[in-house]
Design a protein around this ligand. Structure first.
Ligand code: S3P
Length: 455
């Protein structure tokens, strides 16, 4: 695809439904006690893979992404011996949890990228919970043995787990929570670093028996200043979730807000191009809004109105106005909250004053591509200075004006979108080898881009 520079960034758009929330809605459609209606379901290939999986597990799916109805079968049975999760890690990991819970025997697989991604992070805790797998290798294909032996609720003493997450991962947390819900077991999941909480919110919306605790806090008088108080956090974790499952959820309508991780690309265009982009009905769950904090911290204006909460997910209208941008440091918990946005942050960094240093992002090596490598090689093609730090970080600095280039997507939707945004601000035409892969999360990405990026 030819990517040409644009002069003006301005416009208002609305985005398809959030990918993370859509996956969860479709999967919970297998566990509800009646028809579940979902509006604004993601139209991306990942969420289509989840919907196909749900169908192959006996549910009836009617309508289209604007308005879907999922009616579960009385009992979840796998129609085929293999479920293909395509490119979608969320489908594979959450489904492995849910199906381990209800004891369905089936093999999960995916495309070449997904078959190279780590699955031991769910195999280990699900096994501890009582699930049985056939000789797991740590990657897909993964064969769930099912039956009463494989079913978490049916294994008696092992039908409970108290798990502290070794790496921050909403997918692992969700696999355990869905296993408990589906199987009638109890899962207590402690997160040293909190991750996106869409599963918890949706389970509460569908009347699951779920409690979410925050760490204990002690407020005391400040010994140095009687007018002040000191605040001490007493626990070394940020969130603890407990689910007591009973195999069923209560159906209730789910409306999905626009995808804030897709919005990040259009907001980045406003930031770099000193333009203004407004996105209506975009998800504002605070476990997902770190990119807006980042934009403010580097010089942009971010305005939010029309705030409301529908089906337990906050959303609103967000306007980002660009300005001269500064580099900054990103690390620790902030990196974890920005994990899907690092490719576009690295792109923004090439148009900012001063270096951007990104640390604690080893997870990027096991995403849809090895994102540390795919980001670095594309940015270097434009002439940016990019260095690796300790195998789990990047330092990026613009060295003069960025140049047009023949970019590669590495089959990764977020890499393709990042270079598409960069190319708007280069001095001539660039190319992208596989623009098609944007359809994993947003098939209409280039049409939406044309609405905000003008000649
Ligand atoms: C997701 C969680 C994140 C994220 C992915 C979607 C989810 O992955 O990178 O795009 O929907 O739960 P991890 O849980 O592996 O960090």
């Amino acid at each position: 695809m030819k990517l040409n520079p644009r002069r003006k960034i301005a416009g208002t758009i609305t985005l398809p439904g959030d990918k993370s929330i859509s996956h969860r809605a479709a999967l919970m459609g297998l566990l509800v006690d009646g028809p579940l209606t979902i509006t604004n379901y993601s139209d991306g290939a990942d969420c289509r893979a989840t919907l196909e999986a749900v169908k192959s597990l006996g549910a009836t799916v009617q309508g289209d992404s604007d308005n879907l109805t999922i009616t579960p079968a009385d009992k979840i049975v796998a129609a085929d011996s293999v479920i293909d999760c395509g490119n979608s890690g969320t489908t594979a990991r959450l489904l492995a949890g849910l199906l381990s819970g209800c004891g369905v025997a089936v093999e999960l697989t995916g495309d070449e990228s997904l078959r190279s991604r780590p699955m031991d992070r769910i195999i280990n805790p699900l096994s501890e919970f009582g699930a049985k797998f056939d000789n797991p290798s740590g990657t897909l294909p993964l064969k769930l043995l099912g039956g009463p032996v494989g079913a978490i609720g049916a294994t008696g003493a092992t039908g409970s787990i108290n798990y502290t997450m070794p790496v921050p991962s909403a997918q692992v947390k969700s696999a355990l929570l869905l296993a408990a819900c589906a199987g009638g077991g109890t899962a207590i999941v402690t997160e040293p670093i909190a991750t996106r909480d869409h599963t918890e919110r949706m389970l509460a919306h569908l009347k699951a028996n779920i409690q979410v605790s925050a760490p204990r806090v002690e407020i005391q008088d400040d010994p140095h200043d009687p007018r002040k108080k000191t605040r001490t956090v007493l626990d070394n974790w940020q969130s603890r979730v407990t689910v007591h499952g009973n195999g069923k959820l209560s159906a209730a309508a789910i409306d999905i807000p626009g995808d804030i991780s897709t919005a990040a690309f259009f907001f980045a265009a406003a930031a770099i191009g000193k333009g203004e982009v407004t996105i209506t009905n975009v998800g504002l769950n605070q476990t997902r809004t770190a990119f807006l904090e980042y934009l403010k911290s580097i010089g942009c204006a971010v305005a939010i109105d029309q705030r409301r909460e529908i089906s337990a997910e906050p959303r609103g209208r967000v306007t980002v106005t660009g300005a001269p941008l500064k580099g900054r440091k990103i690390s620790g918990e902030f990196s974890a909250r920005l994990i899907d946005e690092i490719p576009i942050i690295a792109t923004v960094a090439c148009f900012a004053e001063g270096p951007t240093v990104i640390r604690d992002v080893a997870e990027l090596r096991v995403k849809e591509s090895n994102r540390l490598e795919s980001i670095a090689s594309n940015l270097r093609l434009m002439g940016a200075g990019v260095g690796m730090i300790d195998d789990d970080g990047l330092v990026i600095e613009a060295k003069g004006e960025m140049q047009p280039a023949d970019f590669k997507s590495y089959g990764d939707h977020r890499i393709a979108m990042s270079v598409a945004i960069a190319s708007l601000f280069l001095s001539g035409d660039s190319t992208l080898d596989d623009a098609e892969c944007v359809s994993v999360s947003c098939p209409t990405f280039f049409e939406l881009l044309d609405k905000i990026a003008h000649g």
